[in-house]
Design a protein around this ligand. Structure first.
Ligand SMILES: [Zn+2]
Length: 138
């Protein structure tokens, strides 16, 4: 029996050789599938379930693909699109840790976040990205 599993493992490893495997995009697709599946259970709509299955099929296709170049390009595209979301927890943590020493403002012109030290009174803040100036109390 042990030999059987050992054999199966070897065969599977051989079959998987040169295939792309999993990455962040596939993990996200799997999470999306679970979410869609739950939504389909709640709404009793099969549409979400089928969309989820199609996504799952796509992720399986990606895992078994031998075109590493295309798959890693898809991965890079995905990482670029989700950069803001993935950075968010770190930013929230950083702001929380610096809440006593710094204040955070959003530039009204370009939307970039600007960090200024607290307790300096009324100051003129210049956006480092677009040069927009505004006055705030810190
Ligand atoms: Zn700006």
């Amino acid at each position: 029996m042990r030999n059987f599993w050992e054999n199966l493992k070897n065969k599977l490893a051989y079959w998987m050789q040169g295939r792309y495997g999993s990455d962040e995009l596939n993990n996200a697709i799997f999470v999306a599938f679970i979410v869609l599946w739950i939504v389909s259970l709640i709404t009793k709509s099969r549409v979400f379930y089928w969309i989820g299955l199609i996504l799952l099929g796509y992720s399986l296709y990606r895992s078994l693909s031998r075109d590493h170049y295309k798959r890693s390009n898809e991965r890079l595209w995905f990482l670029k699109q989700t950069e803001h979301i993935r950075k968010l927890p770190g930013q929230i943590k950083m702001r929380w840790e610096q809440r006593n020493t710094h204040k955070f403002y959003r530039c009204k012109q370009c939307g970039v976040t600007i960090r200024v030290p607290k307790g300096k009174g009324q100051i003129e803040i210049t956006c480092p990205k677009c040069g927009h100036k505004f006055i705030e109390r810190t």
